[in-house]
Design a protein around this ligand. Sequence first.
Ligand code: SF4
Ligand code: SF4
Length: 319
Amino acid sequence: MAKLKVALYWAASCGGCEIAQLAIGDKLLKLAEAADIVFWPVAIDAKYKDVEAMPDKSIDACLFNGAIRNSEQEHMAKMLREKSKIMIAYGSCAYEGCIPGLANLFNRQMIFERVYIETQSTDNKNNILPQTSCQVPEGELTLPEFYDTVKTLRQTVDVDYVIPGCPPEEKTTWLALEALIEGKLPPKGTVISHNAKAVCDDCPLKRDVKKIKKIYRNFNIIPEPEICLLEQGLLCQGIATRGGCGAPCPQANMPCTGCYGPVEGVIDQGAHFLSALASVIDSNDPEEIQRIIDDIPDPVGSFYRYSLPDSLLRGAIIR
Ligand code: SF4
Ligand code: SF4
């Protein structure tokens, strides 16, 4: 049987997805038996022009991680879409925008001024900002255009599947790769994970009182073992987050921050968790409710840490 051709690419991301792909360990050998990796800039010396020269749809599957922050990433997303039969959004940045997407609280001008002018470690007396084109004695130097907002892969090209997670757990990666190798991929549009229900469904911690009087940050308390973290006042988002990861975070006393994205059928994970949180706040007194919610640190970063560009909000309105 002919081997599959697989491409991997990273756009606006931290590199954790590449580590997660390597984390499948000895299953890499099974992947290597079944597939040739034809493009993977982080690991093999293939150039953009090599991809350009490939016939359309000659790559069987592309695992694309990272959000779309600039014109180079958009160009590569479109080219890899043309060259690939199956486009997979791998990891939270490609799926929902993730941490790079929190920059949608600002626009390009604000980001450039902060990064290239205002930071204390910056020495930029002439306030020079990055340009897409610059003439030097040797000729023209160019940079990709830095967009005003971060987009997800699905907001850029047609996407066939999503592998969720920041980064995806090894078992989630392998679930998708094994299905690809065996020709048993689910229907187009599926978010591939072991559990389409909530993280709470995988979590062994006991839920009981479902009422909270105070919200704590992780370093404020040492949680009681074996008791649901949300019921102890920690912002655990398991109830609003797709399962399949096995709930490793709450089992290590760390609240779920929501990296597997929304549960099936929910379009705005942050709003879903806000609604769930409102239902467990134990008060009818507006002043007491205000005191309780005043303890929520960084509301956008707490509720939309992974999903701001893919949410109904998309970002801040900046005038
Ligand atoms: S809210 Fe968090 S700690 Fe509680 S059951 Fe769900 S995942 Fe577990
Ligand atoms: S428990 Fe939550 S934050 Fe942790 S891996 Fe699972 S989905 Fe991600």
